[in-house]
Design a protein around this ligand. Sequence first.
Ligand code: CMC
Length: 389
Amino acid sequence: PGIWFYDPGLMSTAMAESSITYLDGDQGILRYRGYPIEQLAEESTYLEVSYLLLHGELPNKEQYDKWVNDITHHTFIHENVRKRFLEGFHYDAHPMGILVSAVAALSTFYSDAKNIFDPASRDKQIVRLIAKMPTLAAAAYRFSVGMPFVYPDNSLSFPANFLSMMWKIAEPRYEADPRLVRAMDVLFILHADHEQNCSTTAMRVVGSAHADPYSAAAAATAALYGPRHGGANEAVIKMLTEIGSLDNVSDFVKSVKEGHGRLQGFGHRVYKNYDPRAKIVKRTAYEVFEVTGKNPLLDIALKLEEVALSDDYFISRRLYPNVDFYSGIIYQAMGFPVDMFPVLFAIPRISGWLAHWNELLEEDAKIVRPRQCYVGSDVRDYVPMEKRE
Ligand code: CMC
């Protein structure tokens, strides 16, 4: 008390004690509640992972069935959100801008959300938010391209339902290839949490003021809208498109080394080794391409990785591919436009945000209120306007 330190970007400050996600950036290890991300991506489903993140344990069969049933029965959004709120946006509105606003708007539809210390009410808002994110995300996309809204089909799994709301064009139903459904689910698992990243910190900051979870999640979604956080995979697609051919890769790497820009999708504040998620995304890319055909950018990405990882500049700075290096290539192959990339990130990250929100309320965390080092004027007297220069 009475002593504080200047720590811009909170790079050296632990803001919370957390038992949700373990990350070792030197070793390239990521675990949710102790379970290695590799095992979860191989064996689990996104909804099982969301249960795990929120409850701390894997569900038994009965708990899992109830959880899936609860989520499935909250996928619809109020008609006023769709008809009046979403349709009020400008025709070329960015889907992420729509999502930020729509998540915030939900707080006005659920007045019980203010009862944040009532566990039953908290559970209800958690289920609503996880369930409605894909519906809002797909609605934002359909609106942004002038297509009619598709209602949730609750006979489908969580990822299949999202793909149906995105792509359905005719009755009676849209059936995605099961390999694409699984790839979507794996990408949701990989993006579900990543400890104290920028958007999770935003969730914790707003949550610490005891705002309702929709308002806090809107702040977190807004943080994810920033290109430094949720937008790197879009930058990767732009970079690979600009490189254009395998022949240009070496020259591009040379120009990065000379200080002209950065290799997008490389390097990470915490990982100083291969991001474990990037390995899984790379493998998933091949599974997706079996269905969609190969994204021609893949060969450029592979060559770029090979050239960079055999270059002392990148090795000595411990710059390896991060999760964004291959994810955009998959999304693009599946037909998603680049402005949907951060939206695809937000859909599963809501589970992580809510797990952190729950954690901070359970431990009755203090309101986040950092100090500052004041560097402005010393005291001075007010000068009337006519005497100012
Ligand atoms: N390409 C070339 N050089 C790089 C790169 C890169 N991608 N990243 C870092 N460096 C160099 C940097 O120039 C510096 O070199 P020097 O010591 O000679 O000045 C050194 O490596 C350390 O860089 P830094 O900026 O101090 O590292 P940081 O931890 O502050 O930055 C980063 C981390 C992710 C912002 C950065 O690596 C970067 O800009 N990467 C490209 C963008 C990107 O892929 N972002 C996605 C991050 S993962 C998604 C998420 O978590 O939201």
